[in-house]
Design a protein around this ligand. Structure first.
Ligand code: FAD
Ligand code: 2HG
Ligand code: ZN
Length: 453
């Protein structure tokens, strides 16, 4: 290992091979605080060539590598639990170009999402992906996890934004698909395959992303509704009125109370409602006025507050859920990011607390999510460590009954490996294993993540 470290220092420079336990601490524990590991070294290459040489050297030594971006992943996939070398993309942080005419952004994989958003905004454009971790999550990270986020309802997932990638294979070879062509059908979609591969097929070093035109006039509403059906009716009424949905988020009354307590916020309504929905809409003229009209004629609306634009004040209630759950729970929050068909959201949300109450009365569920996509973030607070597996199993079996997915947008990571068979058939798993073997026959890239056996 000392010889390997010396060679890595030769490649990236001594100051970019980190081994001091105090410095390395932030790289070996995940955002949720549930996954703690250790590493022989954190290596911070500055460009694709250095990444290639680092991987070739680790490959020769048979040493496993965990790629890490902003370390905001929520499924334990970005930390070395078995002593793997951490390859940090922190120094791949250059925004190369915003092409305003072609509507593309070219950047290093270590660029923070918010920096890319600001660069795009500087040219009157926007990134098609947005998420609350934007100030820390990286472009390589959102590609590697195929992140969803709050703009999914309008622009789709990260995969839909990827035009090209540069990536380094496990043995150090560089794979480049880099054409700013929306139409390009030569063979298999390898960038699409690397998107969502969670660091198991290659290390992404540069990304070429499509940019979108931001909505000009927007309005945001926070509205209390009686049930999940009313939330969906409201969504439909908005679309029928000719407005465009920019975001559609759901919160529960318990969740809102918890956020208000943790963040010292005022409960937003006079009257209580079972669910609170946050909708951001855009339209050619006066979306705020159109929204007020729609609300007035929708059944099941209890109370609401409408603001012009992307109202940070209202978004704060929704975007504070993750942090509030973390600060309120006495154990690391058990995060089960799932999806069900939209018509089943109400049934699922009603059945889940009953299921937990019966066998685990001490666990506090906090459910919220991107409801127009059927994506519910089940957050379970105060779960005793020895019950995590049993509780996960119970929730995932309920998800399977509802024909849902055990991973809507966060990936499989380490956290969901044992349940992957609930979502994919044996043939499907065998094909994915074969693809992985073709990319990385020696099995050195994030070997404990996204397992198919
Ligand atoms: P990391 O956490 O560092 O890594 C995540 C995975 O990608 C790991 O498996 C890692 O090995 C791999 N990886 C990272 N970079 C590379 C690379 N360059 N090449 C190859 N593999 C790589 N997720 C959503 O989908 N939607 C949301 O709305 C959302 N909101 C969030 C809000 C908060 C407050 C937090 C804390 C997290 C949220 N997340 C969300 C989860 C997380 O931010 C995303 O998964 C994000 O894409 C991870 O980016 P990262 O740079 O932090 O990646
Ligand atoms: C979000 O939508 C993220 O805010 C995080 O995907 C979800 O904390 C979570 O469970
Ligand atoms: Zn989410």
């Amino acid at each position: 290992m000392a010889e390997l470290r010396g060679d890595l220092e030769q490649i990236v420079g001594g100051t970019h091979v980190l081994t001091d336990p105090d410095v390395v601490a932030g790289y070996v524990t995940d955002w949720t605080g549930n996954w703690h590991g250790h590493t022989a070294a954190v290596v911070r290459p500055a460009n694709t060539d250095e990444v290639s040489r680092v991987l070739a050297r680790c490959h020769r030594a048979g040493v496993a590598v965990v790629p890490q971006g902003g370390n905001t992943g929520l499924v334990g996939g970005s930390v070395p639990l078995h002593g793997e070398v951490v390859l940090s993309t922190a120094r791949l942080n250059r925004i190369e170009e915003v092409d305003a005419l072609g509507c593309t952004l070219a950047a290093g994989a270590g660029v923070r999402v918010a920096d890319a958003q600001r660069a795009a905004a500087g040219h009157g454009l926007a990134l098609g992906v947005d998420l609350a971790s934007r100030e820390s999550a990286t472009l390589g990270g959102i590609v590697a996890t195929n992140a969803g986020g709050i703009a999914f309802v309008k622009h789709g997932n990260t995969r839909a934004q990827v035009l090209g990638l540069e990536a380094v294979l496990a043995d150090g070879r560089v794979l480049t698909r880099w054409a700013a062509l929306p139409k390009d059908n030569i063979g298999y979609d390898l960038p699409g395959l690397l998107t969502g591969s969670e660091g198991t097929l290659a290390v992404i070093t540069r990304v070429l992303l499509r940019l979108v035109f931001p909505a000009q006039a927007t309005a945001t509403v926070l509205v209390g509704v009686d049930d999940a059906g009313a939330a969906l009716s409201l969504r439909d009424a908005i679309l029928e009125a000719g407005l465009t949905l920019e975001a559609a988020e759901l919160m529960t009354d318990d969740g809102l109370d918890l956020v208000c307590a943790e963040k010292d916020l005022r409960y937003p309504f006079d009257d209580r409602a079972a669910y609170t929905v946050l909708l951001e809409v855009s339209g050619p003229d006066d979306p705020e006025g159109s929204l007020v009209e729609v609300l007035a004629r929708c059944a099941g609306v209890v109370d609401g507050t409408v603001e012009k634009g992307h109202a940070e004040r209202l978004w704060h209630y929704r975007e504070s859920h993750t942090e509030s759950a973390a600060s309120s729970s006495v154990t690391p929050v058990l995060k089960l990011d799932i999806s069900v068909p939209v018509r089943e959201i109400g049934g699922f949300l009603a059945e889940l607390p009953e299921l937990l109450r019966a066998d685990h009365p001490g666990i506090r569920p906090l459910n919220f999510g991107h409801f127009a996509d059927g994506n519910i973030h089940v957050n379970l607070l105060d779960v005793p460590p020895e019950q995590r597996e049993e509780v996960t199993d119970a929730v995932f079996r309920l998800v399977a009954q509802y024909q849902g997915s055990i991973s809507a947008e966060h990936g499989i990571g380490r956290a969901k490996n044992p349940w992957i068979g609930l979502g994919r058939s044996p043939v499907d798993l065998a094909m994915m294993a074969a693809i992985r073997h073709a990319f990385d026959p020696a099995g050195i890239l994030n070997p404990h993540v996204l397992r198919f056996d």
